[in-house]
Design a protein around this ligand. Sequence first.
Ligand SMILES: [Zn+2]
Length: 325
Amino acid sequence: MGAGGRGAAYAVRVRVAYAPGYWIELEAGHRFPMGKFPALHARLIREGLVDPRDVVLPGEAARRDLLRVHTREYLDALATASLDRRSERRLGLPATRALWQRSLLAVQGTLLAARMALEDGIAANLAGGTHHAFPDHGEGFCVLNDVAVAIRSLRAERSTLRALVVDLDVHQGNGTAFIFGGDPDTFTFSMHGEKNFPFTKERSSLDVPLPDHVGDAGYLSALAAHLPTALEAARPDLVMYLAGVDCVVGDRFGRLDLSERGLAERDAFVFATLCDAGVPVALLMSGGYAETAERTAELHAVTHREAAALYRSDRPVIQEPGAAT
Ligand SMILES: [Zn+2]
C-alpha cells in the first residue's frame, strides 16, 4: 500500500520488529511468559511465516519520544531501578535495569512497526501492545505505553495523522483509553472481558465488554458488529492492532473461551476488513497466558499465519474502485 493507497492491489512482505533483548530473565515461576518472545520469533522463521531478511532490529526508544506520553518522574524511577514497592507490585514485574532496557526496545519495536506499516500496508512487532501503562505508572505487566508513544511520535512528524487502536486483548486497554481520552484524532476501540482486570475501567472511544465464556459465535458476531463502526468513526490513516491471545480457551487470565479456530477467524476478519478499507496496520502481540510460553507463541503465530495468508498472497487483496465484488 503506502504508495498505492486505497483501491490498490498489492502483495507485500510482512516485516517484523524483533530483538533478542525482548527476553530478560525472570525468577523461576514468574507468571509473565517472557519465553514467548524468542519462541514466537523462532516459530515464525521455522514455519516460513516471516523471512529472516524481513526481521528488523529496533534500537532503544528515545527519551524525547517517551516524554510525549510519560512523566519525567516515572521514566527516571524506571531508568534508575528505583520504583517504589507499591508501584512495582502494581506493575507485576521487577523494575530492574534489565526490564527498563527491554521496555525501551519493545517500545521502539512498535514505533518501527508503525513506520513500516505506513510504507508496506502491514508490519508487526513481536512484542508490544502494553496497554495498561499510564503516563505516570505501570500496571498488569505493562511498563510503557508503546502504542501511545508510537502514535504521538508519528504525529510529531505528520500532525494530521489519524489513528485507530483496535484492542482485542482480553483485558481493557485502560492506559491507552486514558491517554487518548479527548483526542479527536485517535479512536480507541477495546473489546474485552467485562469481569476481567482492570476492575476499574477507563472510557475508550468504543468499549465492547463481553461476558465470561462468550465463545466463538458471540465473540465473532460482536467483532463483526463493532469493528466496521469503529473504522467508520475513526477514518484512520493507521491502525494499531493489539492482537492479544488471552481470549483463547485455556488462558490462565482470560475467560472468554475463544477456540483456536475462532482466533484464526478473528484475525482473518480484522485483516480483511482493514485491507478492504486500504488502511495500514501495525500488528502488536499484547497478552497471552497459555499453559506454557511455547503454547502462547503458537497462538500468536496463528495471527501471523492469517496476516501472511492475506498480505503475502499473489492475488489482489483490494478491489480497484468500482470493480465488481
Ligand atoms: Zn491481556
